[in-house]
Design a protein around this ligand. Structure first.
Ligand SMILES: [Zn+2]
Length: 317
C-alpha cells in the first residue's frame, strides 16, 4: 500500500499505521508485499492519506497528523487464506519522520481568527520591556549597552515556525485605556526599558503576524514580529510568516498624520512584539517602575490550549 499526500506528485511507498490485523486489513483477501522506502525528512505533508492501490490488498483510512511532531510507523499485514485463517506478516521495519511546521497558509487562517477578536484600537507611543536590574547590568557590561536577540521559546502554537528558531527581543506596547500609558505593574522585573515607538516601528521596518494563542485563561495573545527591512530577521520572516500592512491591520499600525507618526495597538488582545535586531539602550531610557512586581508563573514554553475554538485552526480537515 501507499501513503502519501493527495496532492503530491511524488509517491512515497511507506507503511500504514495499522495496528496489527485490524478491520481494514482483515477484509483483504490476499497479502500485499510491503516495500518500504524511507520517507524524506522534509516535504512530509501534515496529513497522510492511505490510498487504495491496485495491490492485492486494500486499506482505507487516514490519519490526521499534528505539525512539528515526530512519528514512527510500522506495518503488519494480514490476509485471509482459503481455509479461513489469517496469515499475518512480520512487522515491517520502523519508519521515522517529522511533520512540518505551520505553513503560511495555516498562519493566514490563524491570522484571520485573530482578526475576529481584535476590533478596538488604542493609541500608544512607546514600546517597553521589563527585566531585573541584573539583566540591564549584564547588557551594559557584556554587550556594549545593546539588548541582544535570543531564540524564541516554545510557548504558543504547536507547529509555529518561529518557536525555537526566530531570534528577537520581546517588547510590550500595551497601554491602560484610562491613562494611555503603559501599566506601572509588571511580572517581569522592576526595571523597564522604554523606547519611542518610531525607533522600532516605522516605514523602514516590516511587520509580520507570528502567532495567536491562549493558555487556559480568558486572555488571548497575538505575537507580531517587527524586522528592519533586509535584515536577517526580515529574510527569515518573509519566507514563513504572513506580512501585515503597516498602516492598515487589526493589531499594530503606524500612520502619518500631519508629518507626525501616530501609533495604535489592538486593545482586546495582548500583543507580544518581537524585534529582530539588537537595540541599543541609549535609544531609550531604563527606569524603575513605581508599581508592583506582579507575581506570575513563568510563561516560558507554556502550552497553548488546544481545545479553544477562538484560536485554533484544524489542519487537514
Ligand atoms: Zn484561545
Amino acid at each position: 500500500m501507499e501513503v502519501g499526500d493527495r496532492t503530491s506528485s511524488s509517491r512515497h511507498r511507506a507503511a500504514s499505521a495499522q495496528q496489527g490485523p485490524g478491520p481494514a486489513a482483515a477484509a483483504s483477501t490476499s497479502i500485499g508485499s510491503c516495500k518500504q522506502v524511507q520517507l524524506p525528512k522534509e516535504d512530509v505533508p501534515t496529513k497522510l492519506v492511505a490510498k487504495a492501490v491496485p495491490l492485492p490488498m486494500t486499506v482505507r483510512g487516514h490519519w490526521f497528523l499534528s505539525p512539528r511532531t515526530e512519528y514512527t510507523v510500522a506495518v503488519q499485514t494480514a490476509s485471509k487464506q482459503v481455509d479461513g485463517d489469517y496469515m499475518v506478516s512480520e512487522w515491517s521495519e520502523i519508519i521515522e519522520f517529522c511533520t512540518a511546521d505551520y505553513s503560511k497558509v495555516h498562519l493566514t487562517q490563524l491570522l484571520e481568527k485573530a482578526e475576529v477578536i481584535s476590533g478596538r484600537m488604542l493609541k500608544f507611543s512607546v514600546f517597553y520591556r521589563n527585566q531585573h536590574k541584573e539583566y540591564f547590568d549584564y547588557v551594559r557590561e557584556q554587550y556594549g549597552n545593546a539588548l541582544q536577540p535570543s531564540v524564541k521559546d516554545n510557548s504558543g502554537s504547536h507547529g509555529s515556525p518561529i518557536s525555537g528558531k526566530l531570534e528577537g527581543i520581546f517588547f510590550s506596547c500595551n497601554t491602560e485605556f484610562n491613562t494611555g500609558k503603559p501599566p506601572q505593574d509588571s511580572p517581569y522585573g522592576r526595571y523597564r526599558f522604554e523606547i519611542a515607538a518610531e525607533k522600532l516601528f516605522n516605514p523602514n521596518t516590516n511587520l509580520y503576524f507570528g502567532d495567536f494563542y491562549c493558555m487556559y485563561t480568558a486572555y488571548h495573545y497575538v505575537i507580531l514580529v517587527i524586522a528592519p527591512a533586509g535584515s536577517p530577521g526580515d529574510e527569515f520572516c518573509k519566507q514563513r510568516l504572513p506580512q501585515l500592512n503597516l498602516r492598515d491591520n487589526k493589531f499594530l499600525t503606524c500612520t502619518e498624520e500631519g508629518g507626525v507618526m501616530v501609533y495604535h495597538h489592538a486593545q482586546d488582545v495582548i500583543l507580544e512584539v518581537i524585534y529582530t535586531d539588537p537595540v541599543d539602550l541609549s535609544l531609550g531610557t531604563v527606569a524603575e517602575i513605581t508599581g508592583h512586581q506582579l507575581m506570575s508563573l513563568s510563561t516560558a514554553d507554556a502550552k497553548k490550549d488546544p481545545s479553544c475554538k477562538t484560536c485554533n485552526i484544524s489542519v487537514g480537515r
